[in-house]
Design a protein. Structure first.
Length: 101
């Protein structure tokens, strides 16, 4: 659910305490992520996020296992938001992807 006004967006974000920065900090601390890019897709209300997460902890894990690891690290935050879309990469995968671009 997207906020209809900037004031409503600020109120929702203030009540949940969830910001792209707080999500990034949690992922860096809990997953040892070396790169995190969080995009608020909800227009600032803090209810819909898309993320690129690069962590050595994703090595030898399936996509599903990576998502479960992220969802476990952000259990409380995910419960408070509307939508969460992570894209998980190992450092090696991320480096290859960056070299192709």
């Amino acid at each position: 659910m997207s906020a209809r006004t900037d004031v409503e967006a600020e109120r929702t974000q203030a009540s949940t305490g969830i910001t792209p920065e707080s999500l990034k900090t949690t992922l860096e601390e809990k997953l040892g992520a070396i790169y995190v890019d969080i995009e608020d897709m909800s227009g600032g209300c803090g209810q819909m996020f898309q993320a690129i997460i690069v962590s050595p902890q994703f090595a030898k894990k399936t996509t599903l296992a990576r998502h479960r690891l992220v969802n476990s690290a952000l259990k409380e935050e995910i419960a408070a938001i509307h939508a969460w879309t992570p894209k998980c990469h190992t450092p090696e995968e991320w480096e290859k992807k960056q070299n192709k671009a």
